[in-house]
Design a protein around this ligand. Sequence first.
Ligand SMILES: C[S@@+](CC[C@H](N)C(=O)[O-])C[C@H]1O[C@@H](n2cnc3c(N)ncnc32)[C@H](O)[C@@H]1O
Length: 367
Amino acid sequence: MRVCLRAGWSPRLERLAAPAFFNRSVPQTHVEMDPQPSPSSPASPASPASRGAPGARRATHVPVLLREVLQALELTPGLTVVDGTLGAGGHSLQILQRLGPSGRLISLDRDQGMIDLARPRLAAPNAKLVHASYAQLPEVLARLGIDRVDRILLDLGWCSDQLAAADRGFSFQTDAPLDLRYDTSTATPAWQLLASASEEQLVDWFESFGEDRLARQHARRIVAHRQQHPLQTTFDLVTALTGQPGPWTARGPDSRHPATQVFQALRIAVNRELDHLAQALDGVSDSCLKQHGILAVISFHSLEDRMVKQSFRDPTRWQPLLSKPVSASPAEQRLNPRSRTAQLRAARKISPDLSPLPPPTGLPPVP
Ligand SMILES: C[S@@+](CC[C@H](N)C(=O)[O-])C[C@H]1O[C@@H](n2cnc3c(N)ncnc32)[C@H](O)[C@@H]1O
C-alpha cells in the first residue's frame, strides 16, 4: 500500500553539503553546494542560530523517546544511519556514539539555523550535516557517493528551539512575523499565503491539516479580518480568530488555545509537511534503505501517525517492529510536555524475494 497524498509535488533541490569526509567519487547532479559547512556558515536570516555569535546559543530541545528510539534502531558499530530531522542534534548525538569510528551518520534538516545550532555537538569526521529535506535523501546520498543506508530516523515537526525563536512565528504565545517556514530560503511564508488564499482554500487546509471542527468559522473570520487589516503577525492571526490578542492562559492540562489547530494547519500547508512524509514513506525508503534496514518515525499528531501506520501495514514492504506505537512514559511526559503526543513506530524493510524474518520479539535492550 503506497501513501499518496497530493500529486504534483516535486522536491526542490536545496543546498547540499560537499562530500568531504566520505572521500568517494560523487555523481554529478544539479545541486547547489554548501561548500563550507562550518560553525561560521551563515544561518538563515530568521533562524534560531542567527542571533548572537555563532555557537553562542545553546540547544534547548530535549529529544523525545530517546531510549525507545535507540532500541528500535538496533544500532551497532559500523552502520550507516540517516537522521532525517536533525533538529538540535539530541538523537543524532546518541546515535553517533553507538556507531563507532567505522559507522557513518548523515543528518538532514530543512532549517539551516538548526544545522548551525547542532554542528558543535556533532563535530566528528564521520558525521555529515546537510541542509535538505529528508524527501531529498536520494539526491543527498548520490552527492555523498552512498548507495543505501542501514537506518533512517524521522522525528517529525518542529524543535523547541524553533518555537522559542522570536522571529519565526511558530508560537502564538509571542508576537512575531507569521512565517512558519522551516526553510526560510524557500517556499512562501504563512502571512503571504493568508493574504491570497480563498475562503474555500482556508477551509480545506484547516479541515485537512488541522482537523479543525471550526474550520469554516475560522476561515470566515480570517477573510473578514484581512479586508480591514493585513494579517502579518502571530497576534494578528490570533486576534482574527479569537478577537483577543496576547498570551493565552491554559485552563487545565488539556485545554488548548483556540488557534492551535489553525496554526498546525498553516504550518503543514506552508512546509508541505505531509507531502514530504509521504515521499519518505514511499520512494525514499524504497530507494535509500537497505533490505532489512529499519525506518523509525516519531509523529506528533494523528495525520502523520495515520500515514505511518498505513504505510507500515503493507506486508510486502514492511515488517513492523512494534506491535503498537510507543508513547512516552508518564515520567517523560512530566519532564518534557512535548512528548505527550509523541508516537514512535518502527519497521524493518523487507522484500518478497527474501526469506521471512523471525517474528518481532519486542525491543532489545539498549546497547
Ligand atoms: C522534532 S525536531 C527534531 C529534534 C531532534 N530529533 C533532536 O533530538 O534534537 C524536527 C526537526 O525537523 C526539521 N524538519 C521538519 N521537516 C523536515 C524535513 N522534511 N526534512 C528535514 N528536516 C525537517 C525541523 O526543522 C526540526 O528541526
